[in-house]
Design a protein around this ligand. Structure first.
Ligand code: ATP
Length: 289
């Protein structure tokens, strides 16, 4: 038997870091929302009691470093499952890009194996398990739009933001999230107003969503990689309504309300940036199968 799951990328409309906790994790406040750029995960029962990863992308590990592998192993150990699984990952989300590709693959694997192995776990239970794999996995289990607090694993669902296009542009290099957090100096950052962003989403006020995007991790990644600043300024110049780096970067996203403007932003970026995608916000918790 086989099951398929869609594993969408996320962007952060706001990302704030409050302080470093005694357990060395950072206390964060993030507004996350899924976009229509997704990996596809195919899970197939194996006779042999082992987990195997199949992927054509050379940047995706095919062993226990893969977050989808870790998700399968966690379910096997927690529920004493003596079955194997083949996990095929069709990678469409750029790797190490600030788009939570690995976390979304892990979340999709949890949802898919819940069906394949008939575990009958709720999304809340899967999200709780997911938090053991990585801070973004809980959000990715649900998708949609949410405020994530704690180290990212405490999820409060929000309505879908107002409809718009999202242009994603990724420079060639990848960025290590751990490295960016290590270099973060909280004395030097400008904190986004997360409360105002929540209000803007609840009021369906597109202008206020655009006015309140903010990401403290830009203070680390932008000075390290001038390419990211360049993409940001070009996206602004081509007329995106709001421009921000997603997660720890290096992907930059632009929000665009009108189709006519979308073409200008997309084509302008394609002139000098290889990886550019124009996608829709998924917004609500989507059917992810
Ligand atoms: P986040 O925004 O959650 O920090 P990211 O989008 O910046 O994530 P990922 O694409 O998840 O980064 O990849 C980060 C690293 O994780 C990669 O360099 C890769 O070695 C490893 N990795 C583990 N599992 C996966 C996976 N399924 N897909 C992609 N990368 C994975």
């Amino acid at each position: 038997m086989k099951v398929m799951e869609k594993a969408p990328a996320k962007i952060n409309l706001a990302l704030d870091v409050l302080y470093k906790r005694p357990d060395q994790f950072h206390e964060v406040e993030m507004i996350m929302t899924t976009v229509d750029l997704a990996d596809r995960i195919e899970l197939e029962e194996f006779k042999h009691n082992q987990i195997k990863i199949f992927s054509h992308n050379r940047y995706v590990p095919d062993d226990d470093r893969n977050l989808a592998y870790q998700a399968a192993l966690l379910l096997k150990k927690t529920f004493g499952i003596q079955q194997g699984v083949g996990i095929k990952i069709e990678k469409n989300i750029p790797v190490a890009a600030g788009l939570a590709g690995g976390s979304s693959d892990a979340a999709a694997t949890l949802r898919g194996l819940n069906r394949l192995w008939k575990l009958n776990l709720s999304l809340d239970e899967l999200a709780e398990l997911g938090s053991k794999i990585g801070s973004d996995v809980s959000f990715c289990v649900y998708g949609g739009t949410a405020l994530a607090t704690g180290r990212g694993e405490k999820i409060k669902h929000l309505p879908s933001p107002p409809k718009c296009w999202v242009v994603l542009a990724k420079p060639v290099m990848g960025v290590s999230t751990a490295d960016v957090y290590k270099r973060l100096d909280l004395q030097k950052v400008e904190h986004p107003n997360v409360e105002k962003m929540i209000q803007a989403i609840e009021n369906q006020d597109y202008r206020q969503v655009c006015a309140n995007v903010g990401n403290v991790l830009e203070s680390v990644t932008l000075p390290m990689y001038p390419e990211v600043s360049h993409i940001k300024s070009q996206m602004e110049r081509f007329g995106a309504d709001a421009v921000l780096m997603s997660g720890s970067g290096p992907t930059v996203f632009g929000l665009v309300e009108y189709d006519s403007r979308l073409h200008r932003v997309y084509n302008g970026l394609r002139g000098f940036c290889e990886q550019v995608h124009a996608v829709r916000l998924l917004g609500e918790q989507a059917g992810l199968e």
